[in-house]
Design a protein around this ligand. Structure first.
Ligand code: KIV
Ligand code: ZN
Length: 527
């Protein structure tokens, strides 16, 4: 096995920034991706898959920025087995002390026949050529036979053999469509160990999707069968039903150390913080009863459970909540706190804001402290994230008044400030006060959209809690779901600001389009 030190160490390969970000509506800007990469480093992941550099200029720039700044974990860039993909990935990760190129090519009959129109020998030829080209740039090369779990095992073994002989140092076995069952997937990994000569020269990895809700179970079965790298995402983020959840895998291994002989280097106390950061930045709300990181994961309602817990925690809790980073919501700052304490607390929470952003967030903090006596960490996170947005604020909310009630036609008056322009004011009616405010914003900006998702949650407890609105909208002439988010003690104001946030992003992206390579569909889709 190609693991220098410990054969029982599981390499945690995080793909939140690549496969996770492929989840519709979860896209992050460069600044946000860097923030996530820094937090993943604190969490102790071994590999950060930072993106798919050929897929867009934005992805390339994000991978490059991460490779230039992040030290510690391996930084991987994804590429199809196509020369220009591999060259672009190599260019993006250049300069990082631990660069990896992750090349992939589908191998299953269904993909060979319908997507690639390639026979088996051609697949092997291209896979080998891709690995060799990647090896001409870096010594750390991973190869993934896409849709491996639906590939004929003997052909899969042939591919794995060929890419290891060509120099792949990690071979990843993806369950691309989440079709595998734990015992069968474990058997497939064992089959590879039994049928590939020299398999110990590479680390065998797995990458499981959650279409049947089995991604974590399949990953654990593969570990039992000898896999030593797992690919996963924070909160199980990812396309369709998502990827295997990093926190669930790490905690299953740690909690059931009586069963597993393996371990990870994940600093589990960073799990909740990482989960919250990813959820805030992507707008993907974590379901309340999600294992480990859901709000209810450690909430005990039944009297009999509460009684047991008070007598002995282990009666009903298999994990100490503090060990994954759940702390009592901390009261941190108040009206009289200064900039210094404000900045220090944000840094403690993992946010590195520049001077201008600190200033902007601090002004909002003071305004919030006037309305709300107690300021909690979650309030600060909401402020920091708003202050961190990279999208220029073409429009900002200057004034909002909304009326509604029984027998009243909901109406809103809105005044917006357009950058380098005068204030513009208008009024409109709607089904309710939020609808009225959003309609008025559309009249002023001339941007028409359709709200596809809208959710509101209370950031902390108490009647004066900040309400955080997360929404996704589709604007005329653009298919993409654009996210918007804002927080305020007034939920109509939070809704209006979240909608403006999405409009500003839409206007910015209209001027800075995400360019896709022309032939992406011809030689295989995005993974
Ligand atoms: O799901 C998949 O097959 C992938 C590969 C690129 C690893 O994401
Ligand atoms: Zn995937």
């Amino acid at each position: 096995m190609n693991q220098e030190v410990d054969p029982n160490r599981i390499v945690i390969f995080d793909t939140t920034l690549r496969d996770g970000e492929q989840c519709p509506g979860a896209s992050m800007n460069l600044r946000e991706k860097l923030e996530v990469a820094r937090q993943l480093t604190r969490l102790g992941v071994d590999v950060i898959e930072a993106g798919f550099p050929i897929s867009s200029v934005g992805d390339f720039e994000a991978v490059q920025a991460i490779a230039r700044e992040i030290q510690g974990p391996i930084i991987a860039g994804l590429a199809r087995c196509i020369d220009k993909d591999i060259d672009r990935a190599a260019e993006a990760i250049e300069g990082n002390p631990r660069p990896r190129i992750h090349a992939f090519l589908a191998t299953s009959e269904i993909h060979r026949q319908f997507k690639l129109r390639m026979a088996r020998p051609e697949i092997i030829r291209r896979a080998v050529a891709g690995v060799e080209r990647a090896r001409s740039y870096v010594s750390d090369v991973e190869f993934s036979p896409e849709d491996a779990s639906r590939t004929e095992p003997e052909f899969l073994a042939e591919v794995v053999q060929a890419v290891i002989d060509a120099g792949a140092t990690t071979v990843n076995i993806p369950d691309t469509v989440g079709y595998a069952l734990p015992s069968k997937f474990g058997d497939l990994i064992k089959y590879l160990f039994d049928h590939v000569n020299g398999i110990e020269r590479a680390i065998i990895s797995v990458h499981c999707h959650n279409d049947l809700g089995l991604a974590v179970a399949n990953s654990l079965a593969a570990i039992e069968a000898g896999a030593r790298q797992v690919e996963c995402t924070i909160n199980g983020l990812g396309e369709r039903a998502g990827n295997a959840s990093l926190e669930e895998i790490a905690m299953a291994i740690k909690t059931r150390h009586d069963h597993f002989t393996v371990h990870t280097d994940i600093k589990t106390e960073e799990i909740v913080r990482t989960s919250k950061l990813v959820s805030h930045l992507t707008g993907m709300v974590v379901q309340r009863n999600k294992a480990i990181v859901g709000q209810n994961a450690f909430a005990h309602e039944a009297g009999i459970h509460q009684d047991g817990l008070l007598k002995e925690r282990s009666t009903y809790e298999i994990i100490d909540p503090a060990s994954v980073g759940w702390t009592q919501t901390e009261l941190v700052l108040g009206k009289h706190s200064g900039r210094h304490a404000f900045r220090a607390r944000l840094e403690h929470l993992g946010y590195q804001l520049d001077e201008e952003e600190i200033q902007k967030a601090f002004i909002q903090f003071k305004a919030l402290a006037d309305k709300k006596k107690l300021i909690y960490d979650e309030d600060l996170i909401a402020l920091a994230e708003h202050g961190m947005s990279e999208i220029p604020e073409t429009y900002t909310l200057d004034y909002l008044s909304a009326t509604s009630g029984a027998g009243v036609v909901p109406t809103a008056t809105v005044r917006l400030k357009k950058s380098n322009a005068d204030l513009q004011q208008d009024a409109a009616c709607g089904d309710g006060p939020v609808d009225a405010a959003l309609n008025t914003i559309e009249r002023i900006t001339g941007v028409e959209g359709r709200l596809v998702e809208y959710s509101i949650r209370s950031v902390t407890m108490g009647k004066d809690a900040l309400g955080e609105v997360s929404l996704k909208a589709r604007f005329a002439g653009n298919d993409r779901l654009i996210p918007g988010k804002a927080a305020s003690t007034d939920i109509i104001e939070a809704s209006a600001k979240a909608y403006l946030h999405a409009i500003n992003r839409f206007l910015y992206e209209a001027e800075h389009p995400i360019r896709q390579p022309k032939d992406q569909a011809a030689t295989g889709t995005t993974p």
